[in-house]
Design a protein around this ligand. Structure first.
Ligand code: 26Q
Length: 849
């Protein structure tokens, strides 16, 4: 199709900015221009303007990204207007604000969400139709922004949406990694990682703000001196400096004209860096040395919680913390001068896990060394400003950095950490005189062959609030991991149960169900998820059930098409779609799921499968590249899948699919199509889980252990509508002593048959030994995740699932009740809880235009 790029155009391509001109500073105000129209015609005109003028295109063909990018820019212009007004209102009111610091924001795609929140879906759909395009195909041109590993990063992204929707003045800070979460391919059933060059076509949503760049220092040493007034002070000298350049991404609220800011920092070499440090006579070598600085934000660490200690990772953490705090202080000083007496009343910093916890000593450093506060003044400000969220119960996952690494990389921060610790140890000593064991236990510095800085303890000591992410998790933190601290400061500890945003995870990703729900109970649920409860009275309504099932079936067909495309496996949509998608980790027990698949395979083979509903078991997720066991589990899943899927006796009765390259966009396709959600972690190991909530919201039933937020999900939907199995936290701990998997296997004929199939090499005929470590882990008395202990319970629960699925009316009733009970798992509720207990923000009031 030939198109005519339109010269007449109302907006400025480079876009306006987030929190632009400073109040009070002289400058030329933006000319008042009429607001951009939200009509099909206006959007079409702007899209064609960018298409022709910014991208130099004349002809639309479906293989290029330019229509997507042109549309994104046209939408960004509409966001920009609201962005400027939001920033102006926040500045004008000078009220309390929160800075959310996170090393991860797993945003996924932004276009669909922006159109939904701006109420532009209809107009843009028409505009694309006029170009002979399908909006869904345009959406598919967008690359996921995968700046996160999993739950923690996606939670931060859901928080963005809910904070803007609740009008909360929250600015979020993160890192603009050049490469996000790696892409996963499978070769011979094994994971192969490929780089995620998500910025290759450009990222049309961001605006670079060079004028707000900050200098970040590394290395050198700290030096005492006496200032003009005779005070002993410290300075950090001979440093290697790196520039932090912010790129702002707009965060629209749902139909409320609010646009908050996500500020992502990118590392750039300073001129000094090149010339002073690498001036070995060669200009070219000096310029090439820029790499060292720019490496800092090159790549997201795809680590499992337990891999720790890379120096570059500490650089990333400090880079984020320092740039963000300097940005906050710049803005503070512009308005309040160097009076920090009200800082902690007007600002709060929420730390997403310990990853940005160096913010505690960094704020101290800035207040002490740059603004001349005394120790006690600076500590009062810092410890009343910081708040810390913990996301893990695995003790081995608690971050610790060696004191030596700190000394080399951040010498001035080490001084400050040691002094914080000295004061803290005095507090502990005063409270428990003579209890030196407790002092050693609680010290921020762990003694041993190599001294380590315990980042969680640093975060707790430096914060006024410490929260877990589900009720069970928060209780276990208080009673276990952080017991001593909870005894010392009970008032600091609190719970904030996670959630997910229903705008992305129901309204946008499941339009069929969203429409059906809205027809029945109105659309209030989009901003008040508890209204879903009004569906409950219709759970038994035959006509409604029929339509509910139809939506699910349609969603299953959509997923089945995608699975056929990317794996070649064809699924029948009458099958029970039994889904487990999440990072691959031993504690999440994908292995247990496969043991059940093998058990079903065995039953069908021996002619005992006639009562079973046909079932498609779908597993997806990435393994950390250095986590050998997780990678072996992927290989194991694929080998079992290859046998099951090629056995004619399994046709239409049992399928096992490994879904490659699982990411946010995949989940948007998967969760609307799931019948059963697998949440089968070893009790006490999953802090919360949030996939569980997305599935529930979309009408899947859960099979799960009493772990993380499963406990609250079961409470909300009722025990009858949840397939519970497995040992409790207490039972797991009690069963550890004398744990004997081989005896468990021997006493269970189903389990014995499964192990026999595995151990005779049935699933690795031509690859001898390749599955040995995985199989051996089930039999090991030292298996920390106690997979064998829960086998029987799991299989029995799956039998109850099978039976329930055969009664389609009753299954549908339970499905409806799951959606109806998902009200409290909205991040709108989570953010209200944070705000009522920790942040205490007032909603942004937009001025008139
Ligand atoms: C550690 C060291 C070096 C580099 C990276 C890391 C690293 C990276 C990511 C450590 C941990 C993470 C992510 C943790 C995470 O996603 N935790 C999950 O957080 C969710 C949101 O609260 C919970 O629902 C999950 O239960 C929890 O596992």
């Amino acid at each position: 199709m030939e198109v005519q790029p339109d010269a007449a155009h109302g907006s400025n391509g480079s876009g306006s900015n987030g929190s632009g001109g400073k109040g009070g500073s002289p400058g030329i105000e933006l000319l008042e221009t009429p607001p951009l129209e939200m009509t099909t015609d206006a959007l079409l005109r702007d899209v064609m303007h960018y298409f022709g003028h910014s991208f130099g295109q004349r002809v639309i063909n479906t293989g290029e990204p330019f229509i997507y990018q042109s549309l994104a820019l046209a939408v960004r212009d509409r966001l920009s207007e609201r962005w400027t007004r939001t920033s102006a209102a926040v500045e004008r009111d000078d009220r309390r604000q929160v800075a959310y610091l996170s090393l991860e924001f797993l945003l996924g795609r932004l276009l669909r969400n922006a159109l939904l929140n701006l109420d532009l879906q209809g107009a843009v759909n028409d505009a694309m139709e006029r170009l002979g395009l399908n909006l869904e195909d345009v959406y598919d041109r967008e690359h996921d922004a995968g700046l996160g590993n999993g739950g923690l990063g996606r939670l931060a992204a859901c928080f963005l949406d809910s904070c803007a929707t609740l009008r909360l003045p929250v600015i979020s800070y993160g890192i603009r990694y050049q490469y996000g979460m790696f892409r996963q391919r499978l070769e011979n059933g094994q994971q192969v990682e490929a780089p995620d060059s998500w910025l290759l076509d450009g990222f049309p949503w961001e605006i670079k703000r060079l004028q707000l760049a900050q200098t970040i220092r590394f290395g050198g040493h700290s030096e005492a001196y006496t200032d003009g007034a005779g005070h002993a002070r410290y300075r950090w000298v001979n440093t290697h400096d790196v520039l932090a350049v912010p790129f702002d991404v707009p965060v629209p609220g749902y139909r409320n004209d609010i646009v908050n800011t996500l500020r992502l920092w990118s590392a750039v070499a300073t001129d000094e860096f090149d010339l002073e440090e690498f001036n070995a006579g060669s200009y070219a070598d000096a310029v090439a040395a820029k790499n060292a600085a720019e490496n800092i934000t090159m790549v997201l660490y795809p680590n499992a919680e337990t891999e720790n200690g890379q120096e570059l990772r500490l650089r990333q953490q400090y880079f984020l913390a320092s740039a963000s705090l300097q940005d906050m202080l710049r803005e503070w000083v512009e308005r309040h001068g160097d009076d920090f007496s009200e800082f902690a009343d007007k600002r709060c910093v929420q730390l997403n896990d310990t990853h940005p916890a160096v913010a505690v000593p960094e704020l101290m450093r800035l207040l002490l060394d740059h603004y001349g506060l005394t120790w006690s003044e600076a500590w009062t400000v810092t410890s009343r400003t910081m708040a810390y969220t913990n996301h893990t119960l695995l003790p081995e996952a608690l971050e610790a950095w060696s004191v030596d690494m700190f000394r080399n990389l951040l010498p001035r921060l080490l001084d400050i950490i040691l002094e914080i610790n000295a004061h803290f140890i005095k507090t502990v000593g005063d409270r428990w005189p003579g209890d030196s064991e407790r002092v050693a236990r609680m010290s921020i510095i762990e003694e041993g062959p190599t001294q380590m800085v315990r980042m969680a303890y640093l975060a707790i000591v430096g914060s006024f609030s410490v929260n877990g992410v589900a009720e069970l998790h928060s209780r276990l933190l208080r009673e276990g991991l952080f017991r001593d601290f909870a005894e010392l400061w009970p008032h600091k500890f609190n719970n904030k149960t996670n959630g997910v945003t229903q705008r992305r995870w129901l309204a946008a990703c499941n339009p069929g169900l969203a429409t059906l729900v809205t027809e029945k109970i109105g659309d209030g649920w989009t901003t008040d998820l508890e209204q879903l409860a009004a569906l409950a009275p219709y759970a038994g309504d035959t006509e409604f059930q029929k339509r509910w099932r139809h939506v699910k079936y349609t969603n299953k067909k959509r997923l089945a098409r995608q699975i056929a495309r990317c794996t070649g496996i064809s699924l029948d949509c009458g099958m029970l779609f039994d889904v487990q998608v999440k990072r691959i980790h031993e504690y999440k027990r994908q292995l247990l799921n496969v043991l059940h698949a093998v058990h079903l395979y065995d039953r069908i083979r021996r002619g005992d499968g006639d009562e079973l509903p046909p079932r498609a078991i779908i597993i997806g997720g990435k393994a950390a590249p250095g986590y050998a066991m997780a990678k072996s589990i992927i290989k194991f899943i694929n080998n079992v899948a290859a046998v099951i899927n090629t056995d004619p006796a399994m046709q239409g009765r049992l399928a096992l699919v490994f879904y490659p390259d699982y990411n946010v966009s995949a989940m948007e396709l998967i969760c609307p199509a799931a019948d059963l959600s697998e949440q089968i972690s070893t009790a006490g190991k999953e802090a919360s889980g949030t996939g569980n909530m997305k599935f529930m919201m979309n009408g899947a039933l859960t099979i799960g252990t009493l772990d993380g937020a499963n406990v609250e999900i079961r409470e909300a939907v009722g025990a009858d509508n949840f397939f519970l199995f497995g040992l409790t936290v207490e039972e797991i701990e009690a069963a550890r002593d004398g744990y004997d998997p081989t005896a468990i296997i021997a006493h269970d004929s189903d389990f014995s048959r499964v192990m026999k199939l595995l151990e005779c090499g049935h699933f690795n005929r031509f690859e001898p030994g390749i599955l040995d470590p995985v199989i051996a882990s089930v039999r090991s008395p030292h298996d920390v995740w106690m997979t064998a202990a829960d086998f029987r319970g799991f299989v029995d629960a799956q039998n109850r699932v099978a039976e329930a699925y055969m009664d389609s009316a009753n299954w549908t009733r339970m499905s409806i009740l799951n959606t109806a009970s998902a009200g409290r798992f909205s991040t709108d509720r989570t953010m209200r809880d944070y705000n009522n207990d920790i942040w205490k923000l007032e909603p942004i009031e937009l001025g008139g235009r």
